[in-house]
Design a protein around this ligand. Structure first.
Ligand SMILES: [Ca+2]
Ligand SMILES: [Ca+2]
Length: 236
């Protein structure tokens, strides 16, 4: 009996979900796209919302980007229906803007109320960043070649699973550069060494970077550096 009741509930829930989904799809009548960080000049025309009527109507727009955060991004020409963009939007803060479009008759009574969705298109405007500025480790004397000394981690807040947030790690330089010792970093961020450690060197500085491989990468994304400090065995 309990299983039967649960089954009915699940079906009912699924039906409601489908109904809501259809209702939501029907409510969105138009969609537009804004590229984040648009340099302007502002305002520029985004596109027109048109409602054909044989009598005079005028348009109003409310919601995100108009009179809700981020405010002042979008406006609508009340008679032509043209949408204008007044300032740049940050994809890292807003992936989409949901707006309510209203067409009113000249006696201000409501004619049509519909929805507009504006997608914000991500650009590669953030470099990968290490979670720490400085990593420090003490290497035991018995460290063996190939063993993982340290794991570093960086993240890129641009759109996930796109080239804009894809990067790899590189070791740019090691100071002092000791002959016979080579530090390597793998794709997971693990740093290990080849050769043998030189215990005469007490402090070794490793300059690392997260590098992006996209041709669309802006110049300031050309690689960031993070200082990793590995300290040789101080008991020596
Ligand atoms: Ca990026
Ligand atoms: Ca971005």
């Amino acid at each position: 009996m309990l299983r039967f009741i649960l089954l009915v509930y699940c079906l009912s829930s699924a039906a409601n979900s489908e109904l809501l989904s259809r209702h939501r799809r029907a409510w969105i009548i138009d969609s537009f796209e804004i590229e984040e960080g648009h340099p302007g000049p502002f305002p520029y025309e985004l596109g027109k919302v048109s409602v054909d009527r044989e009598y005079q109507i005028y348009f109003e727009l409310h919601g995100q980007g108009v009179d809700e955060e981020p405010m002042g991004v979008i406006s609508i020409d009340e008679f032509s229906g043209m949408l204008n963009v007044h300032k740049a939007v940050d994809y890292e803060k807003w992936h989409t803007l949901e707006l309510r479009f209203e067409a009113r008759k000249m006696d201000i009574s409501m004619d049509t109320r519909l929805g507009i969705q504006i997608s914000i298109k991500d650009i590669n405007d953030n470099p990968p960043r290490f979670e720490r500025d400085l990593y420090e480790i003490n290497l035991p004397q018995e460290s063996t070649q190939g063993s993982n000394l340290l794991k570093v981690h960086a993240t890129d807040i641009d759109e996930r699973e796109t080239l804009n947030s894809t990067f790899h790690y590189e070791i740019k330089s090691v100071s002092p550069n000791v002959r016979g010792t080579e530090l390597v970093i793998d794709e997971s961020g693990y740093i290990s060494f080849k050769g043998c450690l030189n215990y005469e060197v007490r402090d070794s500085f490793v300059d690392m970077s997260g590098v992006q491989n996209t041709s669309k990468m802006s110049k300031k994304n050309g690689g960031i550096s993070c200082l990793a400090r590995s300290v040789t065995d101080k008991t020596k």
